[in-house]
Design a protein around this ligand. Structure first.
Ligand code: YXS
Length: 263
């Protein structure tokens, strides 16, 4: 990891368990390219080091697990969530890591970070955890693979509510909806998460890796015609080239409410 990446992501290997800590609190752990590259590099390093279970967390005491994509790095006039963009690469790195990735969620989760947490295999939270997906606050066209992550995680109705309201889902409801695998008191969050990681690491990594890959293939298996794919891309282009998207980003940077005009 280069110095820039290492300044916002730290890693720690304990036997077969690898821990990735996002440490960018001054920007509320926003997912900058450096953070996202750091997550990808850490998972690659874990694979080389024969780590079989990964934990993704924020620094202890964080009020915000991650504020989502670094808005100052969102591109205008082009797809902000392109296949090769840092957030998408990190989501695929989590899915392709050949072992369980546990999201240890301390604090609130926003936007693309919610997609990142939902892409993890297990989510363990504390009473201050909440989850919000917020493209409609920016006028941003989320992408089909990301929407599928939400449908797969919470089902159609809740996914629609999350996208259309951008409201945070708080910890208790997140547990009831199956977003959280476990909701534990904040002081126990780390020990509970690491104990589960240890149990997973004690089992056959080969068996787990093949079962995880089958989960990925089966949940991603949705036939879509080339025409439908092209229609989605065309619709999304209208949005990311719109006044609304430019206004959404500008309003955030100017710390004011956006004025959307629907074009
Ligand atoms: O003013 P300074 O320079 O101190 O910076 C402030 C914020 O601008 C910065 N910051 C961010 N910078 C870039 N990208 C972000 N996502 C981001 N979030 C925060 O961090 C400094 C402290 O922020 P502040 O004062 O607001 O902290 P707070 O504790 O009062 O509030 C914490 C949050 C998370 C509630 C608040 O920062 C917030 O609402 N952040 C934006 C959350 C959000 O809408 N995220 C979505 C990002 S876009 C994304 O992920 C997807 C592409 S999508 O749009 O599709 O969901």
């Amino acid at each position: 990891m280069d110095a820039n990446t290492a300044s916002v992501v730290s890693t720690n290997i304990r036997g077969k368990i690898g821990i990735i800590t996002i440490c960018n609190q001054k920007k509320r752990n926003a997912l900058s390219k450096a953070v996202l590259d750091g997550i990808c590099l850490a998972l690659s390093e874990f694979e080389r080091s024969r780590v079989t279970v990964a934990v993704l967390r924020a620094e202890a005491g964080s009020q915000v697990w991650s504020a989502g994509h670094d808005i100052s790095e969102l591109p205008l006039h082009t797809d902000p969530l392109g296949f090769f963009d840092p957030l998408e690469a990190a989501l695929r790195a989590v899915q392709n890591f050949p072992g369980p990735v546990l999201a240890m969620v301390e604090g609130t989760v926003w936007g693309g970070a919610c997609d990142l947490a939902f892409t993890c295999d297990i989510l363990i939270g504390e009473p201050g955890s909440s989850f919000a997906i917020t493209p409609v606050k920016l006028g941003l066209p989320y992408n089909a693979s990301g929407i599928m992550h939400f449908i797969n995680r919470v089902g159609l109705n809740i996914a629609k509510e999350m996208f259309f309201t951008a409201d945070p889902i708080k910890a208790e409801r997140a547990l009831n909806l199956g977003i959280l695998n476990h909701l534990v008191p904040k002081p126990e969050l780390e020990s509970f998460t690491l104990a589960m990681a240890e149990r997973m690491a004690s089992h056959s990594a080969l068996s787990i890796s093949v079962i995880k890959e089958q989960f990925r293939l089966l949940t991603n298996a949705h036939a879509i015609t080339p025409e439908s794919f092209e229609m989605i891309q065309g619709m999304r282009r209208k949005v990311y080239l719109s006044h609304d998207y430019a206004e959404g980003i500008k309003a955030f940077m100017e710390k004011r409410a956006p004025v959307f005009e629907g074009n």
